[in-house]
Ligand binder design. Sequence first.
Ligand SMILES: [Zn+2]
Length: 144
Amino acid sequence: MKCPKCQNMDTKVIDSRIVEDWQVIRRRRECEFCNHRFTTFEKRWITELTIIKSDWTKQMYDRQKIKRWLMLAFAKRKIDNEMMENIINNLEIKRQNEWNEIQSKKIWDDILQELKKTDPVAFVRFASVYKSFESLEDFKNFIW
Ligand SMILES: [Zn+2]
């Protein structure tokens, strides 16, 4: 891992710890040339996940897509980029141990659960967006 300060290629790991429920490894590194210390995170690359849509077509997981939906849900609400990234990180951590494929419905349910915890107004708004993805019956079952 290259030193971000002096670009030297030799850095050593001085500390490793597992964070976020055994899903992420955090490493403290030190540059052997300038002694600059920095942190790296190691986690499974969730973008390899394939999403199975309700019509059974498949699509690669797309973090940007989730972010666009969240921006819609949070339009004019108080949320900063970091909060939004956190929501998506939580979703990804939750699904990291999944096999290579997952139904889109599960991802949407995850988002709704995260929103419910974060912002009830955004939750209701997102739920109405979600409606266009599922049948009306599914939506009713969900909202009640
Ligand atoms: Zn350095």
